[in-house]
Design a protein around this ligand. Structure first.
Ligand code: EPU
Length: 302
């Protein structure tokens, strides 16, 4: 949505928040899908409570966008103003086995920067796209690793209190692609505790994960990773594959030929096409297997 009220724009500016009018959100997502909206870039974490209070007082609907790698945004003019965190400098700081990371930092780069300090454990996460904050929210995982294992503290904007708080890792529930954070909590920074490991050993682990991923996932195409969560004890990808749906498409929204749980934007797919493909595949899986697949990707709906 557009913010046109000059008083509101001045108040936003006074908080040190940057206003970017009419941004193409497709450019901010790995799927390359999404309409337009004004974006508010938050440079200082401390500005968040005041900003959100202001948006609430002026009844300005808003949503927070992280790294954009696990979301499906709607087409057209979005009914929300989009908030984003600017990257902090420095993004990462080390104290022994403790690593303090800004949530806007890139997850993959964080894994390799830690590796250079001989801190491992997160090798499995190397090819997971997106930000550290997004990985935290979803408890991102791959190849037996999940980020929640290493979380000791999170600095978070709590929607419930309207304040920035520090949560201890033990206070947070990390489950399969789910955490106890509220939908409108915003993760700001995290303290991870990583095991010591020689760089060469970590590098070897990273290489193995990269190879596995390259062999089974469509890495050079526009996607949001896996579209559905795996049902308990099952594999969404295998079921969709067994139904012969690789290559199945609605317009440019297409089931990947390489991994059937990756739906790709093969050109100029719209959100409507992607949603139709998701609904169609879910229906076919339900009819054949009696399993109701749940989306893993976060779909922005009203
Ligand atoms: N399979 C097929 N056909 C396919 C895809 C998979 O038969 O088209 C079979 C595979 O052969 C294998 C089984 O299904 O026997 C599982 O496949 P895979 O090892 O690729 O793992 P996955 O369960 O599909 C999960 C995560 C991925 C993560 C990988 C590696 C979910 C929904 N997906 O995929 O995470 O990268 O394991 O650990 O949990 C994501 O979250 O976006 C994501 C991509």
């Amino acid at each position: 949505m557009r913010i046109s009220d000059s008083k509101l724009l001045a108040a936003i500016g006074a908080l040190g928040v940057e206003h970017k009018p009419s941004v193409s959100l497709a450019d901010l997502t790995s799927l390359g899908i999404g309409g337009t909206s004004d974006v508010l870039v938050i440079r200082k974490h401390e500005a968040l409570p005041g900003l959100i209070r202001l948006l609430k007082e002026t009844k300005t609907p808003h949503r927070f966008l992280g790294g954009g790698s696990n979301v499906l945004l709607p087409d057209g003019e979005l009914p929300w103003v989009v908030l984003q965190l600017a990257r902090q400098v420095p993004e990462i700081r080390f104290e022994g086995n403790n690593v303090y990371v800004d949530c806007a930092a890139d997850l993959g780069r964080t894994v390799t920067t830690c590796a250079k300090q001989n801190l491992g454990g997160m090798e499995g996460l190397i090819g997971v796209p997106g930000s550290v904050g997004g990985a935290l929210r979803m408890n991102a995982g791959a190849y037996g690793t999940q980020i929640g294992t290493y979380v000791r503290e999170v600095k978070v904007y709590r929607a419930a209190t309207g304040q920035i708080e520090i949560l201890r890792g033990a206070e947070i529930n990390f489950e399969y692609r789910h955490t106890s954070f509220a939908l409108d909590d915003i993760m700001l920074s995290v303290r991870l505790e990583l095991p010591s490991k020689p760089y060469s050993e970590i590098l070897q682990g990273i290489r193995i994960c990269n190879e596995k991923r390259r062999a089974s996932q469509p890495l050079n195409q526009k996607s949001a990773g896996c579209i559905f969560k795996n049902p308990p004890g099952g594999s969404a990808g295998r079921m969709i594959d067994e139904l012969g749906l690789k290559g199945h498409h609605v317009g440019d929204a297409r089931v990947s030929d390489r991994h059937a749980n990756f739906f790709i934007n093969a050109g100029h797919a719209s959100a409507a096409e992607m949603l139709e493909l998701i609904a169609d595949v879910r229906r076919r899986v339900r009819e054949r297997y009696g399993v109701e697949l749940e989306e893993e990707v976060i779909v922005w709906k009203q």
